[in-house]
Structure formats: C-alpha cells, structure tokens
Design a protein around this ligand. Structure first.
Ligand code: IMP
Length: 203
C-alpha cells in the first residue's frame, strides 16, 4: 500500500473513543494519516443518530462526514447490550439516564440490576464502523466483547460503562484494565481488525 499521504477522518466527539482509536490505529494501520475531527470541526450540523442498529448509525455518521468534508470518513457507533434488560441500553447507551452523564448512566444501570445474581448480569459491548467516500459506503465491520455487569464500580480507567463492565476474557473490569489490556480484546479493536484488509484494498 502507498497510503502514507492518504487521510481518513474519524468523525466523533467522544474523547474516550478518540483516545482508543488513536492507539489502535497507530498500532494496526500506522501508514494511514488518521485525522480525528468532531462534527463541529467539520462544520457539520449535529449528526442525528436515527438508526435502530449500531451499523446503521455508523453508516449515517460516515456518510454525513464525507458529504460535508469530501474526505474519506470513518463513522463509529457502539454501546452496551445487557441481556436482563432485553438488550438495553443498546443504541441509546450514551443517553441512557436523563442527563446522559457517565456517572448517571452507571448509577441507573446498577439500580435496574439491583438484586440480579451474577449469572444473569451478562452483557456485551458492540462496535460497528463504516468507511465512506464520495461513492458512498465502501467498507464496514463489527466487533464485540462479552462481559458481566459488576455489582459495584471497579477502577477508573477507560470511559462510559467501563468501571462496571467485567470482561470475562481478562477477569477484571475495563475500569481496572490497563489501556493495552482493553485494546487487546475490545469491541473497537475487533471492529478495526475486520476493517484493516478492506482499508488495504481501498487505499
Ligand atoms: P455513541 O458515541 O453514540 O456511539 O455512544 C456510545 C456510548 O456507548 C458511549 O457514550 C458509552 O456510554 C458506551 N460505550 C461504547 N463503547 C464503550 C467503551 O468502550 N467503554 C465504555 N462505554 C462505551
């Protein structure tokens, strides 16, 4: 690939995600010039996440970014699915509680699962990513990681639901995991992993 001067814009305003994408992409696809811009940077109106699936929302974000910037754009949507709650918060993960603040979202999740035994607190993080250029969507991928909602907040690393997300593969919450431990198995890493061969073909 001769991608050294190819730029891909990651459209997101979530700093937690951007930190993770920077680490993952610099590890996996260092020869692409990744740029991280919010909707405001691209002078886009706020992108409405109107999709009913992570994949649909990822496509909406990628297409909106490309339409306004005329650059290759990567859109991402992710969230937490809790089995006992019928898959909620799902695509509404960032606005689960009234305020949408991480602390309030976690508090609400603990309240809803109060008294629910460990074996019924199963959940997963899911991530969908989509890449768009002037032709439309050119590549898509998804990733997931299985876990259990802990009965108390553990650790301060990561963001969002990480202090409650006990990752079965490492036996600790993502709040307790180091960056590299999370990156190794995260839903975001797995989605990027699936996209790498497609990026190589495209650029
Ligand atoms: P989005 O920015 O609309 O995709 O919102 C995704 C929401 O899902 C975030 O605000 C978090 O609440 C949650 N989420 C997604 N991925 C993660 C993660 O890796 N750790 C913690 N929370 C996550």
């Amino acid at each position: 690939m001769t991608g050294t001067n190819k730029a891909i814009v990651v459209v997101s305003r979530n700093q937690g995600k951007i930190r993770e994408f920077k680490r993952i992409f610099s590890d996996y696809v260092p020869d692409v010039n990744w740029r991280f811009l919010s909707a405001a940077d691209l002078e886009l109106p706020e992108i409405e996440e109107t999709g009913s699936t992570f994949a649909e929302n990822a496509r909406i974000k990628a297409l909106a970014g490309t339409r306004y910037s005329e650059l290759i754009c990567l859109g991402e949507d992710s969230g937490l699915e809790v089995d006992k709650l019928g898959g909620a918060p799902g695509v509404s993960s960032h606005r689960f509680s009234e305020t949408g603040l991480d602390d309030d979202n976690n508090k609400l999740l603990l309240e809803l699962l109060d008294g629910v035994p460990w074996e019924q607190r199963t959940c997963r993080y899911k991530c969908a990513i989509a890449l768009a250029d002037s032709r439309g969507i050119i590549a898509q991928s998804t990733g997931s990681v299985e876990g259990v909602i802990h009965s108390e907040l553990r650790g301060t690393n990561g963001f969002g639901y990480d202090p409650l997300f006990y990752a079965l593969e490492i036996g600790k919450t993502f709040g307790e995991a180091s960056d590299s431990e999370k990156d190794e198995i995260s839903h975001r890493r797995r989605a990027v992993q699936g996209l790498v061969p497609l990026i190589r073909r495209i650029l």
